[in-house]
Ligand binder design. Structure first.
Ligand SMILES: [Zn+2]
Ligand SMILES: [Zn+2]
Length: 282
């Protein structure tokens, strides 16, 4: 039986409000042992933690997305630190820089990223980085942050480049900072040669898989709502381009994900739904 980890999802998103229990069931049936659901502001981070505290297979990350940098404050970063006190929180994120959509000014994005990197350092948590069309600034900030960090030496990853999009040559640089690279359903798209090149050539010790659901459904469901069960399609394409079995890719990427987030290496014991009222309140 294969076991997969969906390293980056937004399972707390309202897109799943009507059928989250069924989505979780399909994930289990598809071999998805753990799902990491990522907040993008204080409210969604709180929702992510609440979901993780209720579902044994779900873990949370808390963070302010670069899109929300301008609409947030330093006080919000402090609020994240309180949310991160939950033992269900496994990373700070998603945080980063997005110069593609430019929903927040670049200087505010950089400031909010640096504040949250400091928070991660203080809490000794890895980070989930979102970076789009902002390679140079992202790399410069993460390099500065990594100076003197113990993460590289002790072989626990500093974090993950979620939905990694900067190609195979640059991948080496992020790996040298102690980051693993997370590949989304884009790997399955016909025109995604650059992402597939990363999938083909990178040492498998540095790769994990994600859905970024409800966004970025893999090719067979492209344009529709994505969900954690579909991460297997991405893992299967990764296996194909590497000429490996799905079993091996699943085992290796799952081990990487567990090392990254400090997840237990067993399938959680499922608790039965004796408390249906709580489940409906999320
Ligand atoms: Zn993102
Ligand atoms: Zn995301």
């Amino acid at each position: 039986v294969i076991q997969l980890v969906d390293c980056h999802a937004h399972l707390h998103d309202s897109a799943f409000d009507s059928d989250r229990a069924e989505v979780l069931m399909r994930a289990r049936e598809s071999g998805v042992a753990s799902i990491v659901t990522s907040g993008t502001d204080v409210a969604t981070s709180a929702a992510a933690v609440a979901l993780a505290e209720h579902e044994a297979s779900v873990w949370a990350t808390v963070g302010i997305h670069p899109h929300d940098a301008a609409a947030s404050s330093a006080a919000d970063v402090e609020r994240l630190s309180f949310l991160a006190a939950s033992d269900r929180v496994v990373a700070i994120g998603e945080i980063g820089l997005d110069y593609h959509y430019n929903h927040s000014p670049h200087d505010v994005q950089r400031q909010r990223l640096e504040q949250q990197l400091d928070l991660a350092r203080a809490l000794n948590l890895p980070v989930v980085i979102h970076s789009r069309d902002a390679d140079d600034d992202t790399f410069a900030i993460l390099s500065a942050w990594g100076q003197g960090s113990k993460t590289v030496e002790n072989s626990v990853p500093a974090g993950v480049m979620h939905c990694y999009s900067y190609g195979p040559a640059r991948a080496e640089d992020y790996v040298s900072l102690g980051f693993v690279l997370s590949l989304p359903g884009i790997v399955t798209y016909p025109n995604a040669a650059s992402v597939r090149d990363v999938a083909a050539v990178r040492d498998l010790d540095h790769l994990v898989v994600e859905t970024d659901c409800p966004y970025l459904a893999p090719q067979s469901r492209r344009g529709r709502r994505n969900e954690p069960a579909f991460v297997g399609e991405t893992a299967a394409r990764l296996a194909e381009v590497r000429g490996m079995s799905l079993d091996d890719v699943a085992a290796r990427t799952t081990a990487n994900a567990r090392r990254l987030f400090g997840l237990p290496d067993r399938q959680p014991v499922l608790h039965s739904a004796g408390d249906g009222n709580e489940a409906a309140s999320l």
